[in-house]
Design a protein around this ligand. Structure first.
Ligand code: BGC
Length: 228
């Protein structure tokens, strides 16, 4: 099985070929997310990236919003025309291969969870991704990002890339520490996995239950979408 893994992000669109077990088979390629990030322009970027990759027979996509039955339902950091867009169908037509799509944090989580107990995944990128797993099974559609966090601001408003840029690393790290504690009160997680491009900006002494994982998991997890 050769899968074209795609990670659609607020700042970059990334692709890589992986096998059915999530092993990397090609170098990662990336282009900046087109602006405005409409479905058509993003699909064109994926097409261009795919044309430069070796052969693949199916496609797995991580999308930065809620995805239900192949249709994108929310898109906080992309163009609003993604709301209600049949991503699996349209991308499959554009690439001539079957496509499966899921939320980007879910895909990241599928690559990293250990499969025991309550595992929460947070991804730190343009937006704040979240995924919850119970004994390795995904609890669908968990969205921490737009939930109130502090001083009438949401988790994403305090921990997303814009907040990092605006308030600086120190304050952002402090907010992150508070979020770990707050989310522990809520989920009593056994493990909290931190991924996303800004994972490397975390400069905290991490509590024992919290682990940072490389962002490439956002592509490697695509293999799990093709496990029957
Ligand atoms: C979206 C999530 C997504 C996250 C990371 C948030 O704004 O609501 O669905 O996982 O950004 O891309």
């Amino acid at each position: 099985m050769r899968i074209l893994a795609v990670d659609i992000g607020g700042s970059g669109v990334k692709v890589m070929i992986i096998d059915g077990k999530g092993k990397q088979l090609s170098e990662r390629a990336r282009v900046p997310t087109p602006q405005p990030a409409t479905p058509q322009s993003v699909i064109n970027s994926i097409k261009q990236l795919a044309a430069k990759q070796a052969k693949f027979d199916r496609v797995a996509v991580g999308f930065p919003g809620v995805v239900r039955k192949g249709v994108t339902e929310t898109a906080h950091n992309l163009d609003k025309s993604w709301i209600g867009f049949p991503l699996e169908k349209e991308l499959s037509q554009a690439l001539g291969k079957p496509v499966r799509a899921a939320n980007d944090a879910d895909v990241q989580g599928l690559a990293v969870v250990g499969g025991r107990g309550v595992e929460l995944v947070l991804t730190l990128g343009t937006g704040l991704g979240s995924a919850l797993f119970v004994d390795g099974k995904l609890v669908p559609n968990l969205e921490v990002a737009h939930h109130p966090f502090r001083k009438s601001r949401t988790y994403e408003e305090c921990l997303g890339a814009q907040a990092l840029e605006k308030s600086g690393k120190k304050k952002w790290n402090r907010s992150l520490q508070r979020a770990f504690a707050e989310l522990h009160h809520l989920f009593n997680y056994d493990r909290l996995w931190i991924g996303g491009g800004n994972g490397e900006r975390v400069k905290l002494k991490l509590p024992p239950r919290v682990k940072i994982v490389p962002n490439v998991a956002g592509l490697l997890g695509g293999a799990a979408l093709w496990k029957e």
